[in-house]
Design a protein around this ligand. Structure first.
Ligand SMILES: Nc1ncnc2c1ncn2[C@@H]1O[C@H](COP(=O)(O)OP(=O)(O)OP(=O)(O)O)[C@@H](O)[C@H]1O
Ligand SMILES: [Mg+2]
Length: 278
């Protein structure tokens, strides 16, 4: 059983094709980078896999952990259950700012406990201990009781990863989790994702603007251009020539260790709320 399987996925926004006949299959335990220039369709693909948007109504299917997330443009009947096994880390809006870091991590349990307990914030001692263990694993247990808004960008991303640990996620979808971070914080976030991948065998699909991070952390890379997959294979076989083609004039910057300032992407608080309601 594949962790993620996409077949014949097409998406059109206002008559503009954003994804064309996407086919891919990711096996359990893989850590895969998704790269491509701005507008190539990375976020749109990730949002489909996470069940956040519907595809066009053609003959398509997205399965996550062997279960139908969507088929022919309709979400599967099991979406809530599948989402409870999929951790999502956005570029931002991952945490509820006014709540403590620990409370945000405890939200990972919401799909697993009776909703009245979650609503009232009634977590057991064992659940709190496991949440603290998750924070320890990502290296920010000392910040557990701080308001989330006081954390740095990189610490917030690591808290979001800790939440996927308490969630017991078997798949993590991370859409540019390091896009607005400095190199040292980026490294810590990528190290954390790598550790969860290697130690817990969690499947990770991570979109990245920095190709050097993709090559360093992900054995496999999927590259997109204009809504199509133009490369899917061993990251080591990505060549400077190919990357130059992929990114046009920006390739040299991207191939180095430069941080790119980019807009916030198209996730919204509404997406975060939809996921938090799992
Ligand atoms: N909600 C939307 N409505 C209309 N068009 C959209 C919407 N979301 C994405 N698009 C379009 O789909 C295409 C792919 O966008 P997408 O956000 O997936 O690209 P991306 O690879 O994630 O880019 P970036 O690197 O800038 O995050 C773009 O042309 C974009 O304008
Ligand atoms: Mg994007």
């Amino acid at each position: 059983m594949s962790a993620i399987q996409v077949h014949g996925l097409n998406k059109t926004f206002n008559e503009k094709k954003a994804l064309t006949n996407i086919q891919l299959s990711i096996e359990p335990g893989e850590m895969v980078a998704l790269i491509g220039a701005s507008g190539s369709g990375k976020s749109t693909l990730i949002r489909h896999i996470g069940g956040l948007i519907h595809s066009d109504k053609n003959d398509s299917e997205i399965k996550v952990l062997g279960q139908v997330m969507q088929k022919n443009g309709k979400l599967g009947s099991n979406v809530r259950k599948i989402r409870s096994e999929v951790g999502v880390v956005f570029q931002q809006f991952n945490l509820v700012n006014r709540l403590s870091v620990l409370t945000n991590v405890l939200m990972g349990y919401l799909g697993q406990i009776p909703s009245w307990r979650g609503t009232l914030g009634l977590f057991t001692h064992a659940e709190k201990k496991r949440a603290m263990d998750a924070l320890h694993r990502v290296g920010i247990d000392k910040l557990a009781l701080q308001r989330s808004s006081t954390l740095s960008g990189g610490q917030q991303q690591r808290a979001a990863i800790a939440r996927t640990i308490t969630q017991g996620a078997k798949v993590i979808l991370a859409d540019e989790p390091i896009a607005s971070l400095d190199p040292s914080s980026s490294r810590k976030v990528m190290d954390t994702l790598e550790r969860v991948n290697l130690e817990d065998k969690v499947t990770v699909l991570v979109s990245l603007h920095q190709v050097d991070y993709a090559m360093q952390y992900c054995p496999r890379t999927i590259a997109m251009r204009d809504g199509e997959i133009v490369f899917d294979g061993n990251s080591e076989s990505l060549t400077p020539d190919f990357l130059k083609q992929l990114y046009g004039d920006h390739s040299l910057e991207l191939y180095g260790n430069n941080k790119q300032e980019k807009p916030a992407g198209n996730y919204t608080q509404k997406d975060a709320a939809a996921l938090a309601s799992v």
